[in-house]
Design a binder for this molecule. Structure first.
Ligand SMILES: [Zn+2]
Ligand SMILES: [Zn+2]
Length: 146
């Protein structure tokens, strides 16, 4: 005990689980994806406030299921949601904030002069305004229009 282990046991079904597991922040327990599913899926399991006891009850009695918003998202999607909430523009694909906006119509040569890097907030606030703005993610290369 006392060291981080890759192995954990599901607090509900008792099975050994690997890294594909959910952490209950309140009770510091691990839950396997199968038990999350039995309880109605990630949408209905509030891992931040529920304990394995609560989830067990919910598995036995589906009427207890409440659609809770802080559902569990993979790290990547969570980052994107957090950025959106904070009004920070980010790549819709990878969540990176390293994005660059270009005015459409610039050729590659002109882009070197005409391209401008804007702060993430600038994009979010529509600071660039025009619908002809193309944003490129510097992390994954994804391109999209504003
Ligand atoms: Zn389980
Ligand atoms: Zn990206």
């Amino acid at each position: 005990m006392g060291f981080f282990s890759l192995k954990a046991k599901c607090s509900i079904c008792g099975k050994d689980i690997g890294l594909n597991r959910y952490r209950l922040s309140k009770s510091k327990e691990w839950i396997c994806p199968r038990c999350i599913k039995l309880a109605g899926g990630p949408k209905y399991v509030d891992v931040y406030h529920m304990t394995s006891e609560d989830i067990k009850k919910q598995i036995e009695d589906p009427s207890l299921r409440v659609n809770c918003c802080p559902n569990i998202l993979p790290e990547k999607e969570r980052r994107i949601v957090q950025n959106r909430k904070a009004g920070i523009a980010c790549c819709p694909k990878c969540g990176s904030q390293s994005i660059q906006a270009y005015k459409k119509g610039f050729s590659a040569g002109k882009a070197a002069v005409g391209a401008y890097l804007v702060g993430p907030l600038g994009i979010a606030a529509g600071g660039i305004g025009s619908k002809k703005t193309v944003v490129v993610c510097l992390n994954c290369g994804h391109k999209w229009k504003l």
